[in-house]
Write a protein of this length. Structure first.
Length: 166
């Protein structure tokens, strides 16, 4: 029975993580598409350059959302490493996302506003799968169980010590 509870707990934790990732990512998609359309329609930049600018803006927005909302309970001890890996994996996602748009635009001559938005969205979807895996595996790593238990025990000990003082 304990194995079923453990599996159920793991599935519930993964579902919560996916929901938080999706909430941040969903707003990030609106940021990405909004900036993309603003740049595309108010400048003379080519479609893929406009898309790259929008993706970079969304990456900055998403980092803040992931760090302080979706993965706020994860290891915070090595922020420089975290940010470096986040930017590295985000850059790979940027290439995936904009590679789809580039291929549709220049490979298949699909350059209407609707087509650009559809292929931008498809690229975001494909890149999101990669980003979810890489962020949870390498960037926002869970605290090892031993460290989490030690941290909880120290908090409880401090709380108990404060109660005794009162």
């Amino acid at each position: 029975m304990s194995e079923r509870r453990t599996l159920r707990t793991q599935v519930e934790q993964l579902a919560r993580e996916i929901a938080k990732f999706g909430a941040v990512g969903g707003v990030g998609v609106f940021v990405n598409l909004g900036v993309f359309n603003l740049v595309r329609h108010h400048t003379d930049l080519p479609v893929v350059r406009a898309s790259i600018i929008a993706t970079v803006v969304a990456i900055a927005f998403n980092y803040v959302g992931f760090r302080y909302f979706a993965y706020r309970d994860r290891d915070k001890s090595r922020r420089t490493r975290e940010l470096t890996l986040f930017l590295l994996f985000s850059a790979v996602g940027l290439v995936i996302e904009n590679g789809v748009l580039y291929t549709a635009t220049y490979g298949f001559d699909m350059d209407t506003s609707l087509q650009s938005n559809v292929f931008k969205f498809v690229g975001i979807g494909i890149a999101t799968l990669f980003r979810f895996w890489s962020y949870r595996t390498w960037v926002f790593r869970a605290l090892p169980a031993r460290e989490a238990v030690e941290a909880a025990e120290s908090i409880l000990a401090e709380d108990q010590a404060q109660r005794v003082k009162k």
